[in-house]
Design a binder for this molecule. Sequence first.
Ligand code: FAD
Length: 378
Amino acid sequence: MNVLVVGGGIGGLAAAIALGRDGHRVTLLERQPTFAPIGAGIIMAPNAARVLGALGVDLAPHGRELTALVVRRADGRALSRIEPRRADPAFGPLWALTRPALHAALVAALPASVEVVHGAAVDAVAADASGVEVAALPGRRFDLAIGADGLRSRVREATVGATVLRYSGVTCWRGVMPNPGITDAIEAWGGAARIGVVPLRDDQLYYFLVLTAPPRAPALAWPDGFAAAFGHIGGDAGRVLEGLTAAPPLHHDLDELDRPVWGGDRVWLIGDAAHAMTPNQGQGAAMAIEDGLAIALALRPGLDGAHARYVAARHARVRKVQLDSRRLGAVAHWRNPLARAARDALVRLVPDALARAQYRQLIRPGLALAAAAAVTAR
Ligand SMILES: Cc1cc2nc3c(=O)[nH]c(=O)nc-3n(C[C@H](O)[C@H](O)[C@H](O)COP(=O)(O)OP(=O)(O)OC[C@H]3O[C@@H](n4cnc5c(N)ncnc54)[C@H](O)[C@@H]3O)c2cc1C
């Protein structure tokens, strides 16, 4: 089939790789003049890493393996700790890497047959029963278009109409700095404020500062506003503020889609275009990567019924991750001291075995998807 993938982010690249490897003729259209990922660092959970492995993308040369995901109170006291390899020895690594490194790994894995067109943005999409056309590629006709153009997807808007984005209630600053010696990925929950740190290769540290705030609130003043908002957070996560010499380079309000939107017929949606979610479980890009492979699997028997197969494979999975992530974010930012004390006691009381079981539920569907790719490979 002749497939147009709109958007060269993580989801679009994963889809282009999966479809190209299955022998489809793929055109990947990216509005930027180069592949230019926005962001600092990223976690690739074992489900994402396994699916990428099935697509021939090896993160080992680019990433740092994380052995533990730790949640702490603002005073540094541990609340929970998940060690992915202890949750299930079959999981394989959980990687942390910079966004440019992840992009480079994906771009390197694009099959030579994939045509990449940079610097052209899709605005409108004309689809009928036999194919799809976009003004950005005049004279070309495709059997199928995949909208992988992110949170503010034009393809989604052209297909299902305007979608109101849902503000998560928090705003987030991100960056990369020298690592002062932190070895685990740590989140410290301090009421309205939360700080996360993720060690990267080459003694770098990816950090994020998250704050409950009204939508589109003015940015905090540097340094006093940051000290007032985050200064009460201690422990390893609190060392971020000590190490910063300027305001973090990236600042975004965190918006999401209320529920997944999958497109239909000849125009399908994946990744943030379909189901942008809060980053609280570190799974948004993982879901986009799973979508990319799921699309190729749904198309293997042919186009007839393929969209229904795709939605059946993805909806319940993605919806659960989206809702769990939303809930986790709300709980992490509870401000009432009594509620926080009860929450902290409860989180500490959750037996390790239960926490590991929950983590297995999150990861295993991705492993099954990767295994299905191998079983049904042509
Ligand atoms: C603070 C934060 C932390 C996160 N941390 C993690 C994490 O640790 N792990 C994880 O798995 N996920 C994480 N995520 C989620 C992850 O970043 C997203 O889910 C992921 O980037 C979505 O990829 P995508 O390809 O669907 O969309 P995008 O990354 O938005 O890519 C869309 C692409 O389409 C292009 N494009 C847009 N419009 C057009 C157009 N009209 N025509 C042509 N091209 C177009 C854009 O230039 C871009 O290249 C995080 C998100 C945030 C906000």
